[in-house]
Design a protein around this ligand. Structure first.
Ligand SMILES: Nc1ncnc2c1ncn2[C@@H]1O[C@H](COP(=O)(O)OP(=O)(O)OP(=O)(O)O)[C@@H](O)[C@H]1O
Ligand SMILES: [Mg+2]
Length: 528
């Protein structure tokens, strides 16, 4: 029941182990405890001394009566008076308290009964005894005989009723002391238990708060991200919609225009055949417009316009497919369409710029079936991974490194999942960056360029919403490869079959298969 002693420990106790002890100390005033102990010990001592004084005074009384030497008698009288004074002071101290002797004067019920009630009536016994001893000590020499009544009283009391009463009182002081100590110990033990319970409750509370904080952070991140994504999606969708109408109009009419132009050119040819000698005004016009060149070039102009409008239609289709804001359910989706539309949207970022060559995009598409997923969300994952790859390449170029920038996108079916591998030869990442990759708001990019939400949201989309897995392999200064695994059908969760063992910077995350060489790092399951 006692709190653990810090002295018996072989190692330093932890803060949490100490906290109940600290709480206990806060509730217990050690000075108060030791004062209580001292008072208790003093009462036992003084009551014991009373017993001793009663025996000594009885002996001195006998010696006084038996001694014939006057000088010796005086000495004994003096000693007797000193002892009996001390006995009286001690007695008063025990009953009324005495600061010098550290006596409180607080008596238990049992002690009060012993002092003032039969069978002991100790107060009366002691005072009578003191009076008798004083009387003997002050008696004339002639009165100092063996049958002196004071002496007889003293001898009798000291060996019977006074002795019995004093013994009982000393015992009672000891019992009271033990009871007091026990009560103190129980109090302390109860307080200790309360402190432990309070500490445990505080710990649980702190854990709850920590969890709530994490959830709040995640929700905040998700809100910001979904706000960003939904505004981007809406913007793209409305742009695609706005462009789509006039473009379809042009696209639809272009084939008529082509036919009409063919007809008109045919008419001109027929005119030319029927009237080989046109008049002067017609002749001048034919030369002015260079009819021969126009007739040859116009069909080509029209066909290049058709190619252009077809391209615009394709871009509009990609934009619509990318945004997919109308799709709230999982649907079988062609992932290659998602990759292509993402590449198209990012097309401008692949082009050569003043300070850098163009980024080569190498696509190696496998034979993927339709994959059951939220297409819009998967597109966001792809968008973030490819944009990160471009950023990493630009960072490496900014460092003055000379290389042929490229991004490889490979797809394949692995087991029951589709695997998309996006590899870049950009700046790569350090161990420190790698370990925090999926933390919300973690970014190494300057303010305004990155929010640090891309990968944390990607994790939620791929791992939590689709039951897939994400891997990242990276070598600082050389590049990074992300692997995204999505189950072909929901209900068949990712198998995480492609765990690489080559690089120390390989890691993967999967909610389903935490046991593949699982290692807990900062609460995340990292698979090596
Ligand atoms: N391909 C990569 N090469 C090197 N570092 C990368 C790569 N992808 C991600 N990182 C690192 O991981 C960090 C977090 O990426 P994440 O996509 O979560 O956020 P972000 O790109 O910084 O910002 P956001 O995606 O919100 O615009 C990046 O800041 C970068 O340091
Ligand atoms: Mg990003």
């Amino acid at each position: 029941m006692h709190p653990p002693s810090t002295q018996t420990r072989t190692c330093r106790p932890s803060r949490s182990e100490l906290s109940p002890v600290l709480a206990l100390a806060a509730n217990f005033d050690p000075n108060q405890i030791s004062t209580k102990r001292e008072i208790s010990a003093a009462a036992i001592n003084v009551s014991g001394r009373q017993r001793m004084l009663s025996q000594r005074t009885a002996l001195l009384s006998l010696r006084l009566v038996c001694n014939q030497d006057r000088a010796e008698q005086e000495k004994l009288r003096h000693q007797l008076l000193l002892d009996i004074d001390l006995m009286e002071t001690s007695h008063n101290g025990l009953l009324n308290g005495d600061e010098k002797m550290k006596l409180s004067g607080h008596l238990s019920e049992a002690l009060l009964a012993m002092y003032f009630e039969p069978p002991f009536n100790l107060d009366r016994e002691i005072r009578n005894y003191i009076a008798q001893v004083r009387a003997l000590a002050q008696a004339s020499t002639t009165e100092l005989t063996q049958d002196n009544p004071h002496l007889r009283y003293i001898q009798d009391a000291a060996s019977t009723q006074l002795l019995i009463a004093l013994d009982a009182v000393v015992n009672q002081y000891q019992k009271d002391n033990e009871a007091q100590q026990l009560a103190l110990d129980i109090d302390r033990a109860e307080l200790y238990c309360q402190s432990c319970a309070a500490t445990a409750a505080a710990k649980v509370q702190a854990e709850k708060l920590e969890k709530a904080l994490q959830e709040l952070k995640q929700t905040q991140a998700q809100l910001i991200h979904s706000e960003r994504i939904s505004s981007l999606g809406q913007l793209v969708a409305s742009l695609a919609h706005e462009i789509n109408n006039p473009v379809s109009f042009v696209h639809g009419n272009l084939s008529f225009a082509n036919t009409y132009v063919q007809h008109l050119l045919e008419l001109v040819r027929v005119y030319d055949e029927q009237y080989p000698q046109p008049n002067r005004a017609i002749q001048e016009k034919i030369e002015e417009i260079d009819l021969e060149f126009l007739s040859q070039d116009l069909p080509q102009v029209l066909s290049s316009m058709t190619v252009g409008i077809d391209r615009i239609c394709q871009i509009v289709r990609s934009l619509r497919s990318f945004s997919r804001i109308d799709e709230n359910e999982m649907k079988p989706v062609n992932l290659h369409d998602g990759i292509d539309s993402t590449l198209l949207i990012l097309q401008n970022r692949f082009k050569a710029k003043n300070n850098r060559p163009g980024i080569e995009v190498i696509k190696e598409y496998g034979n993927l079936p339709l994959v059951e997923c939220y297409a819009g969300q998967i597109n966001q994952v792809l968008m973030n991974a490819i944009a990160n790859a471009i950023d990493a390449i630009e960072d490496r170029i900014d460092q003055g490194s000379c290389f042929n920038p490229k991004i490889e996108i490979v797809t394949a079916v692995v087991g029951q999942s589709a695997l998309i591998r996006i590899a870049d030869n950009g700046i790569g990442m350090t161990e420190e960056v790698r370990s925090r990759l999926f933390d919300s708001f973690f970014t190494t990019k300057p303010l305004g360029k990155g929010t640090g939400l891309g990968l944390s949201i990607s994790y939620q989309i791929v791992v939590e919403k689709h039951g897939g897995a994400l891997w990242c392999e990276s070598t600082p200064g050389q590049g990074t490869e992300f692997k995204i695994e999505i189950p072909l059908r929901q209900g068949v969760r990712a198998q995480t079959t492609l765990v690489s063992t080559a690089s120390p910077l390989v890691w993967a995350v999967s909610d389903e298969n935490p046991n593949i060489l699982d290692k807990e790092v900062k609460g995340k399951k990292l698979l090596f």
